[in-house]
Design a protein around this ligand. Structure first.
Ligand code: SF4
Length: 369
């Protein structure tokens, strides 16, 4: 967090600049220096150089449909405004049988991906969750199913008493294409136990993604910032992702996620500023030299900040919204109400001086605008 009245810290970034220009890997200390510096434009310029070296002017987006089969969750993460108890008047559940009926009401033309995450329902079995994947895959065989975070996969191992490998193979047989990056939050236990102590540990999250990579499945990675974390815990988080990526090469994208405090148990905290959002994206691009893509998730950061982020290290803006975004909407992000069309997306990217490219989940080009 930027402190009110704190001095502007224009740390000398010349050593880091030299390393970045020589494509040398940055260290933990370099990461700390970047977080300590308020030279947001200087950091952004460096990250933009890396972004343009990797992707030129291209800015990716996808046309996806988000599915949250239930908001009932037995956990109570302090940063979560989405979960409710069973029996709560806002509780809903769409098991696989009902989900297809709901989907039939939606215009899914041109959708290349289903992004499926939700709560850990106390009454659902692993088969119920597996069925969601199976029914989607059966009904829409050409649409990639990206489903269940590392936390959900961990929950399935508890439900079944089986290994991570067993659960992932079983889901893959049902039609699972890849895993989203959620549930990573901050790996450091001191932070994690404060914000989500019942969730699987950071080590377990990394083990689950490593197993997915070993099975040939690509996954995404995230980091939730803007709550009680420290700069050390963020640099540590990113370097742990980088270390796993060195071994497996299985991460497609790094997504820094800004925490939205409204309606959460951390609602006393201020929301991150645009400058902080841009800084996290830029530092992510600089430290994670082996993850191909960095996403500015416009849903958490607002479309305006996401546009600027395309010159601060980000090359991907996630996707269109066919309907409202429920998790961020629950946490007070009113800008996510209503659909975001492909045309609006392409225009937003063009306005930011980049070339819009619609991609599929694996970054194959569907259409360059
Ligand atoms: S973040 Fe996920 S696991 Fe935690 S309370 Fe919310 S829905 Fe449940």
């Amino acid at each position: 967090m930027l402190e009110i009245g704190a001095p502007v810290r224009k740390t000398d970034l010349s050593e880091i600049r030299e390393k970045v220009h020589a494509s040398e890997r940055l260290s933990f200390e370099d990461g700390m220096k970047l977080f300590e510096s308020n030279d947001v434009t200087g950091i952004g310029r460096l990250a933009n150089g890396v972004r343009e070296r990797l992707h030129g002017d291209r800015a990716y987006f996808s046309h996806k449909y988000r599915i949250y089969p239930t908001n009932v969750c037995k956990f109570r993460c302090r940063f979560c405004a989405f979960r409710v108890n069973k029996g709560d008047e806002r509780a809903y559940e769409y098991p696989a049988s009902e989900m297809l009926g709901e989907l039939a009401k939606v215009d899914l033309r041109g959708v290349s991906e289903f992004h499926v995450v939700g709560g850990l329902h106390p009454d659902w079995s692993f088969e119920d969750y597996r069925d969601v994947v199976a029914k989607l895959h059966e009904a829409y065989p050409d649409v990639h199913v990206k489903a269940w975070t590392g936390v959900e996969i961990d929950h399935f191992t508890t439900l079944t008493g089986k290994s991570v490998r067993y659960v992932l193979e079983s889901l893959r047989e049902a039609g699972l294409g890849s895993l989203p990056g959620g549930g990573a939050e901050i790996f450091d236990w001191e932070v994690r136990r404060t914000i989500c102590r019942t969730k699987c540990t950071g080590e377990r999250w990394l083990e689950i993604h490593q197993t997915a990579h070993e099975l040939g499945m690509k996954t995404n990675s995230t980091m939730l910032y803007g709550h009680v974390e420290t700069p050390e815990s963020k640099v540590d988080h990113m370097l742990r992702l980088r270390e796993l990526q060195d071994r497996t090469g299985g991460f497609r994208t790094f997504i820094p996620l800004a925490f939205h405090p409204d309606n959460t148990r951390l609602k006393h905290l201020p929301r991150s500023t645009g400058a902080e959002d841009l800084k996290h994206i830029a530092i992510g691009r600089l430290l994670l030299d082996n993850i191909p893509h960095v996403m500015a998730y416009w849903v958490t950061e607002t479309p305006e900040v996401a546009q600027v982020a395309l010159s601060f290290g980000a090359d991907d803006l996630d996707g269109t919204l066919v309907v409202d975004e429920e998790i961020i909407d629950a946490a007070g992000g009113s800008h996510v109400r209503g659909a975001m069309t492909k045309e609006r997306f392409a225009e937003m990217i063009r306005e930011a001086g980049r070339e819009p490219v619609e991609r599929d989940t694996d970054f194959n080009v569907i259409q360059a605008y």
